[in-house]
Design a protein around this ligand. Structure first.
Ligand code: ADP
Ligand code: ZN
Length: 593
């Protein structure tokens, strides 16, 4: 049986003109009958790496996947491209049918959870089938080092060894220890490790101090009409944010573990199907959702770590279209995290946690390329500038504020470390008010030692001092010294801050630049919406925005022209081609009229 040409399959089935990144390398290995571990960032196109060999090779590819929601999503997308895919899960109603299809060789891909894959019954079922390959998705679940260890992944090995077909493990996890563990646990040799770069070039990073968060979020939502997620540090805040966004007329909902299951699941489903919804969520949200058209991710507070930040922001722009990540931070975030470390974390893990937090502090305070900092953190060697983050696009001025910092620290010290920033500013500015007088602070040497220009810097500098653990807040808001204070007071360490640029300027303009108003594109989305409703699937399963935008730009008048557009394979051409051409024609006529 001749193997169908891979490029041809890529074009005919998926409608893509070329492979991306390491896809070809991974696929070639599988086609050669070898094992591989592909480490590819979110959105790099992992599923294609097993879907294409599944089509090219004889038999059925068995895909191990950890979540039912993920399997359903994958089956839906694969089916939309004309791939014969099915899953065996507790929710499947067609068990008999799927088993028959498998045994008859009538399935390209079968998705199963590890718990099922490792049962004797499943092993016996596979004995009757012809297997083309095993794909182990989210393979970091096999490792205790990974962030979601799933013991059943460890039991897969006998199954893999027994059938001896090429095994392809896939994950987006970066960590070296986890990778080694996956190779060992799944019996894949070192030379099978294929690592793609971690950059997500279509995501634009912005990090700004929190200043009136509700209006900052409203502006963000206004500038980005597509789907978005706002990660909030508390359940209560998810509710508040969702409500304040709803006030602007934007569909939005909260998502957190405290909501009743039906409500929570309803909100998630609505989000997956929506083209403009914003979900305010605690971090649990987004795991196991493969929504490709999320246009922005916002963090209402500092995330847990750089790793968590990268994973969470990585949920934006999987479709490769421009997307944004916004981090709104405040000094309190660091103060709270530091207090938590000192009180709740076990003593022998504290130092490690402090360092994690310092890395985050350096990231939010940086005046240099954000992407470069992130990628260096993951062991890459990126260029100094990326041209697609806040600091590259709008390089902030930096100023040496060591003297201001020293004055603030002295004021905190002289007032016995019992007061907050506002009060320290009053003392430093020589504000002769009643409270200052009552405390006798008008007689201190630090009273009135700052001029107006310096006073303007007190807040940003204090924020910076808290982020770098030179100042700590107590439960009553009083500022006291942390370990970072002394070197600054002694003049051994400089304090340099980036002057925050005026808030959120340009964001709206960007949305207009990236997506200039296009009535034809809007009409095609309208058309897609109708199709989606009719079939009960999310719009992105029909076509991605980028595909519709390409159609709008080309205004094709024939099926063959349509078939050259990325994202339109044979199956979709057959199914939607005529209807799409009519939609283009009608909308165009309407515009001319
Ligand atoms: P991952 O699982 O790695 O996050 P997916 O498999 O969901 O990524 O793919 C991400 C997106 O990239 C999907 O929308 C997919 O259609 C698209 N894609 C994958 N491969 C290609 C390619 N070679 N050319 C264009 N788009 C691609
Ligand atoms: Zn940059």
């Amino acid at each position: 049986m001749p193997v169908r040409d891979l490029d041809q399959l890529l074009h005919d089935v998926f409608g893509f003109s070329s492979f991306r990144g390491v896809q070809r390398e991974v696929i070639d290995r599988v086609m050669a009958g070898q094992n591989a571990l592909a480490v590819m960032p979110t959105g790099a196109g992992k599923s294609l790496c097993y879907q294409l060999p599944a089509l090219a090779l004889e038999g059925t590819a068995i895909v191990i996947s950890p979540l039912i929601a993920l399997m359903q999503d994958q089956v839906r997308s694969a089916t939309a491209n004309g791939i014969k895919a099915a899953s065996l899960t507790s929710l499947s109603e067609d068990w008999r049918q799927v088993q028959d299809d498998l045994v008859r060789g009538d399935l390209d891909i079968l998705y199963v959870a590890p718990e099922r894959a490792t049962t004797d019954g499943f092993g016996r079922l596979l004995e009757q089938a012809r297997i083309s390959l095993f794909a182990i998705d989210e393979a970091h679940c096999v490792s205790e080092w990974g962030h979601d260890f799933r013991p059943d992944y460890r039991l897969l090995r006998p199954l893999l060894d027994h059938f001896d077909r090429p095994r392809l493990a896939l994950t987006a996890t970066a960590d070296r220890r986890t990778r080694e563990d996956i190779l060992q646990q799944l019996g894949i040799s070192e030379d099978g490790l294929i690592v793609a770069g971690f950059d997500r070039p279509n995501i634009r990073y912005h990090v700004v101090p929190r200043q009136g968060l509700p209006s900052q979020l409203k502006r963000l939502a206004e500038a980005h009409p597509g789907p978005g997620i706002v990660y909030c540090p508390s359940r209560a805040q998810t509710e508040r944010v969702a409500e304040s966004l709803r006030d602007t007329g934007r569909p939005s909902a909260a998502y957190h573990a405290g909501l009743d299951k039906p409500v929570r699941e309803g909100n998630q489903q609505a989000f997956v199907a929506s083209e403009d919804m914003v979900v305010a969520a605690t971090i649990a949200f987004g795991m196991g959702i493969d929504k490709p058209d999320v246009r922005f991710i916002a963090h209402a507070g500092v995330p847990k770590s750089i790793e968590a930040y990268y994973q969470e922001t990585g949920r934006a722009g999987r479709d490769g279209d421009p997307a944004e990540a916004w981090l709104f931070w405040g000094a309190e975030d660091f103060a709270r995290a530091r207090r938590r470390i000192e009180t709740e974390v076990e003593p022998d893990r504290r130092q490690q946690e402090r360092e994690r937090l310092n890395v985050l502090a350096a990231f939010v305070e940086a005046a240099t390329c954000r992407r470069a900092i992130l990628l260096r953190h993951f062991g890459e060697d990126p260029p100094e500038t990326c041209g697609n983050c806040d600091n590259c696009l709008n390089p902030p001025a930096t100023i040496d504020v060591t003297v201001v910092a020293q004055k603030i620290l002295s004021a905190a010290f002289r007032t016995e470390m019992r007061f907050g920033v506002a009060y320290l500013a009053q003392v430093l500015g020589g504000d002769d008010n009643e409270k200052v007088r009552m405390n006798g602070h008008h007689t201190l040497s630090v009273f009135g030692i700052m001029d107006g220009e310096e006073l303007k810097l007190v807040r940003p500098v204090a924020r910076s001092l808290m982020a770098r653990d030179a100042l700590r807040t107590d439960d009553y808001g009083g500022l006291s010294f942390g370990p970072g204070a002394k070197p600054i007071l002694q003049g051994k360490e400089q304090v340099v801050i980036a002057v925050p640029p005026p808030p959120a300027r340009g964001s709206k303009r960007r949305a207009r630049e990236d997506y200039p108003p296009d009535p034809l594109f809007d009409a095609l989305r309208e058309w897609r919406r109708a199709q989606a409703v009719e079939q009960g699937v999310p719009p992105y399963v029909i076509f991605h925005d980028s595909t519709l935008r390409a159609v709008a730009a080309m205004k094709p008048s024939s099926l063959s022209a349509l078939s050259t557009i990325d994202g339109i394979g044979e199956k979709k051409l057959e199914r939607y081609g005529e209807s799409l051409l009519t939609a283009v024609e009608t909308a165009d006529d309407r515009q001319d009229a």
